[in-house]
Structure formats: structure tokens, C-alpha cells
Design a protein around this ligand. Structure first.
Ligand code: PEP
Ligand code: MG
Length: 572
């Protein structure tokens, strides 16, 4: 039995066998082959095995994830049947008497380089397909296994170095009971998605993939951030009991599902949810969400090999607006970059992706892509209560440019006879300290603010949110962060506007008393945190929290803030 300490990323307890989702070693050496015919036959067999495997993955993806996700595998199957790729490999084996691995890699690399340098998006996407297919065929030639999260078909705990958001999106909740990773922090996107999927998770353990073997029995304690490997039967029993207690607590909270959220002294706040796809709506409704405070639309663009069309986007936005039947839905425009990549955009690698060409910066350059999204949103606006917000705004000029593009698309649609709602609020995320500091000026032009503390804290503390070694600097209760939050809320209120928060801080039980005291109007969190937050706020007095928050703003350290919050809000 052994034990790892990580970062509690998604609450709950999971006990199951480990399933390692680790990149296989695909290295090989160059060899001369005596019997070229036999080597070609070995290559052909690897192609046939790859086809069978891809067909199964495609069918599985179609059933569990939808036809659009399955389309990637369809494209891979086409590559595997393309004589223009296969013949040169077979010829190379015969003429140069090299092993199939070398012939495959060298030929594929040549095509990849050629396609990637073309000024044609379709061909650049084919380069990505060839790269993926090459890996698969190589794995069969080398006799190693490529693991695919969508193929998991028994109850497991996934163990990975890291999970990309698109890996996480492919996890099937029925089988994936929990996961643990070597890297990542509480606000990395795989952790955020785990919370919306209600999968217990511990991230940032540093050594999970080193210490855990396939088939080991693993306990993931997403409440304390602990991972136990091959635990004693006594510990398993103890955890089963803890899990039962947690479930009982959840049943208590569930009684508040249809209630509004009032503090003990009658102050009303909105509790809304963060979602990534229309599929998350069920969780919002089941958890008593009063709307959506952040729809991360970038997930619509991920796990596929081309941009979603205006029509596809329109359908998703409409589904969410209709699903919430008039409740507010804040849709954030595309926020790609940082830890969210879109390989098919073929953007150059950057030294500091979180400080780079991302989100609104990218959208203001890639105008066609941005305008397509804006049109889809505007067309959907008549189906519910839509609010639009722009991510990563650093200057007023960026906001003005984005808003002008929105107005232009609106005017165009109206002139085409398309109905567009007249009262769409347009706001911004406050994630960059420059914007928080200048909130009084922004408040004159925006309809609302939503504070994105995941990024606001990383930029204020200069601490990468993905790096577990600096995760101690993720300090939402630091007086420095609280002062910025206060500046934003006060600036909005002065102009008669509202302020929400959609960073993970909004659902944190130590932060909630402070935010209530600072006057936050809307708290947007993982759907699974809503009922617990509602139960907590009902027991807090707004006027007491105001006094406590005032005091907190004057304290020198996070530790001292935590101490007074715990006393005032009765937290353990
Ligand atoms: C944030 O930065 O707080 C936020 C909500 O956006 P994301 O986590 O998607 O960067
Ligand atoms: Mg952000």
C-alpha cells in the first residue's frame, strides 16, 4: 500500500482498478531486412489491424459522443486506404530494404511537411490526420498499445500524466469512476471538466504514472486530494463509509433544488452554473442552477478537425437557451489558447501560451472565425435570455472592437430579415489585472462584468495555473485579490451594472462569505457546487459578512484572512 498527496480537483470518492492513459514508447531502430516481401506483409498486417481498431473506435465514438466526434476517425480510415501514401512505403521497403517502421515514418514525415507548408487549411488538417494514423500503425508494428479514453469499457480510475480537455470530454462517466494526474492544478481545464462531469479527481500528484500500474486498486479521494494505491481492506471499508456520508450530505442539499438563494438576512444572490456543452444542461437543472453564468464555447471547437459551422454553433446555442427557458445564459465567445489548443488552426507554438495570442486577441485577428460565432449567437438570441461576454479583455479598445463587430453582424442579420433579440447584454470577463484596475472606465461601457479568477489570480500572482509547483500561489483569499474583486464590484455598482464571478473561486466555501460581503451579485460555479453553496449562504448574514470582508481587505496575509473567515462563517 502506498499514498500520494495531490490537489483535490473534483470532490467525491472513487475506488476502482487503475487504467493508465499513457503515451506509449514508439521509438525504433533502422534495420536492413533480408526478406522485403515478408516485411511488406508485416506492414500490410499492421494496416489491417489499425483499420479494425479505428472502425471500433469510430463506432464507439458515434454511439457515445456523436457523429461529429466520430468524423475524425472516419478521416483516419480514409488515410489508411490511400494508395498515394501506402504505395511509396511498400516501394521503399522493397527498394531500400529497410524495416517497415523506417519506411513508414520517413514517408509520412515527408507528406506531413509538405501538407503543413501549404496555404490551405484542408491540407494542413490532413497533415494532422497522417500524424495520428502513423502513430497507430507504428504501435501495431512495434506491438505496443495506444490507449484511447473512449474505448474504456469497465469501471476504472484513469491515471495519466495530464489529461487534455478533449481527453476529458471523451471520458465515459459510466466507466471512468475517477482520475488522477501527475500535473495540473485546481483550475486547469481537465479539473474544471471533471467537476462538471462529477468525476472525483486528484491532480498534480507528480508521480501517479510512475507509482501506479495497470490493474492496481486505487482510491481517489477528491475531497482531501489523496490517492491510495493498493489500500488495505480496512481503508477501503473506511472510504466506503465516508462515501456514504458524502452521499447523505448531498441528499440533504438536494432539498434546496427549487429554492432561490437568500442570505440569513434576506439578501438575494444568483447561483448559476459554468458549462462546456449543451450536454451539461441536465446537471444545471438537476442541481438547481438559476441559469448559466459561463458557457465555455471553446469546447464546441475542440475534439474535431475543423471549425464548427455557423449552423452547428447556432444549434448548440439555441439548445442551451431553450433548455433554460428564459433563465439567463452568459455565453463566452471563443477562448482558445493557454491549455486549450485547436491543432487544426495550426498556430505557431509559443513560449508563454497563457500570455500569448489567445482568446479575444486571436478572435480580433481571425475575423471570419469570430464573425461566424457572433452570427450564430445573434441568430440564437431570440430563443431565450442571451448575454454575450468577451474573454481576456485587457484594454477598452479590444472591447470596443469586439462590440463593433457584434453590432455590424447584428445590422447585417437584421437587413437580411433575420430576427435578433433587442436586449442582449454585452459584458466582459475580468481576468487581467489591467482591466480590474480600470474597472471604473470599463463600467461605463459594458453591461456587466464576470470576474474570471482562475486567470486573474494567475496573472496577479504571476503563477502558471497549470504548474503544481507554484500552485501555492493560487491564493483566492489573498487581500490583493480581494481588493481587485472589490474594485470591480464597486465600479459596476456605481454605474448601475452587475458583477458576477465565473472563476472557481465563486464556488469555494471559504471565498463565498467574503464575496457575499463584498457585494457580488452572481456566483457562477460547477453545477455540482450550487446546492452546497446555497445551503451555506442561507446560514450567512450579509451584513456580518460585509464587516468581515472590510476587515479582510486590511489584513496583510492570506492566512490571516482565512482565520477571520472561518470564525465569522463558522467553517471548520
Ligand atoms: C477564469 O479564468 O476564471 C475563467 C472562468 O475562464 P477559464 O477558466 O476558462 O480560463
Ligand atoms: Mg480564463
Amino acid at each position: 500500500m502506498s499514498f500520494l498527496q495531490g490537489i483535490a480537483a473534483s470532490s467525491g470518492i472513487a475506488i476502482a482498478k487503475a487504467y493508465r492513459l499513457v503515451e506509449p514508447d514508439l521509438s525504433f531502430e533502422k534495420k536492413t531486412v533480408e526478406n522485403a516481401e515478408a516485411e511488406v506483409a508485416r506492414f500490410d498486417a499492421a494496416i489491417a489491424q489499425s483499420k479494425t481498431e479505428l472502425e471500433a473506435i469510430r463506432d464507439n465514438a458515434k454511439e457515445n459522443l456523436g457523429a461529429d466526434k466520430a468524423a475524425i476517425f472516419e478521416a483516419h480510415l480514409l488515410v489508411l486506404s490511400d494508395p498515394e501514401l501506402l504505395s511509396p512505403i511498400q516501394d521503399k521497403v522493397k527498394s531500400e530494404k529497410v524495416n517497415a517502421e523506417v519506411a513508414l515514418k520517413e514517408t509520412a514525415d515527408m507528406f506531413i511537411t509538405m501538407f503543413e507548408s501549404m496555404d490551405n487549411e484542408y491540407m494542413r488538417e490532413r497533415a494532422a490526420d497522417i500524424r495520428d494514423v502513423t502513430k497507430r500503425v507504428l504501435s501495431h508494428l512495434l506491438g505496443v498499445k495506444i490507449v484511447n479514453p473512449s474505448m474504456i469499457s469497465e469501471e476504472v480510475i484513469v491515471v495519466a500524466e495530464d489529461l487534455t480537455p478533449s481527453d476529458t470530454a471523451q471520458l465515459n462517466r459510466q466507466f471512468v469512476k475517477g482520475f488522477t494526474t501527475d500535473i495540473g492544478g485546481r483550475t486547469s481545464h481537465s479539473a474544471i471538466m471533471a467537476r462538471s462531469l462529477e468525476i472525483p479527481a486528484v491532480v498534480g500528484t507528480k508521480v501517479a504514472t510512475k507509482d501506479i500500474q495497470n490493474g492496481d486498486l486505487v482510491i481517489v479521494d477528491g475531497l482531501k486530494g489523496e490517492v491510495h494505491i493498493n489500500p488495505t481492506p480496512e481503508l477501503v471499508e473506511q472510504y466506503k463509509k465516508e462515501n456514504e456520508a458524502f452521499e447523505a450530505q448531498k441528499a440533504e442539499w438536494a432539498k434546496l433544488k427549487n429554492e432561490k438563494t437568500y442570505s440569513q438576512d434576506g439578501h438575494h444572490v444568483e447561483l448559476v452554473a459554468n458549462i462546456g456543452t449543451p450536454k451539461d444542461l441536465e446537471g444545471v437543472i438537476n442541481n438547481g442552477g438559476e441559469g448559466v453564468g459561463l458557457y465555455r464555447t471553446e469546447f464546441l471547437y475542440m475534439g474535431r478537425d475543423q471549425l464548427p459551422t455557423e449552423e452547428e454553433q447556432f444549434e448548440s446555442y439555441k439548445a442551451v437557451l431553450e433548455g433554460l427557458a428564459g433563465k439567463p445564459v452568459v455565453v463566452r465567445t471563443l477562448d482558445i489558447g493557454g491549455d486549450k489548443e485547436l491543432p487544426y488552426l495550426s498556430l505557431p507554438k509559443e513560449m508563454n501560451p497563457f500570455l500569448g495570442f489567445r482568446a479575444i486577441r486571436l478572435c480580433l485577428e481571425e475575423k471570419d472565425m469570430f464573425r461566424t460565432q457572433l452570427r450564430a449567437l445573434l441568430r440564437a438570441s431570440t430563443y431565450g435570455n442571451l448575454k454575450i461576454m468577451f474573454p481576456m479583455i485587457a484594454t477598452l479598445d479590444e472591447f470596443r472592437q469586439a462590440k463593433a463587430m457584434l453590432e455590424e453582424e447584428k445590422a447585417k442579420l437584421i437587413s437580411e430579415g433575420v430576427a435578433v433579440s433587442e436586449d442582449i447584454e454585452v459584458g466582459i470577463m475580468v481576468e487581467i489585472p489591467s482591466t480590474a484596475v480600470l474597472a471604473d472606465q470599463f463600467a461605463k461601457e459594458v453591461d456587466f462584468f464576470s470576474i474570471g479568477t482562475n486567470d486573474l489570480i494567475q496573472y496577479t500572482m504571476a503563477a502558471d495555473r497549470m504548474n503544481e509547483r507554484v500552485s501555492y500561489l493560487y491564493q483566492p483569499y489573498s487581500p490583493s485579490i480581494l481588493r481587485l474583486v472589490k474594485m470591480v464590484i464597486d465600479a459596476a455598482h456605481k454605474e448601475g451594472k452587475w458583477t458576477g464571478m465565473c472563476g472557481e473561486m465563486a464556488g469555494d466555501e471559504t471565498a463565498i462569505p467574503l464575496l457575499l460581503g463584498l457585494g457580488l451579485d452572481e456566483f457562477s460555479m460547477s453545477a455540482t457546487s450550487i446546492l452546497k453553496a446555497r445551503a451555506q449562504i442561507r446560514h450567512l448574514s450579509k451584513s456580518d459578512m460585509e464587516k468581515m470582508a472590510e476587515q479582510a481587505l486590511q489584513l496583510p496575509t492570506t492566512e490571516e484572512v482565512v482565520k477571520i473567515v472561518k470564525e465569522a462563517a463558522n467553517l471548520k
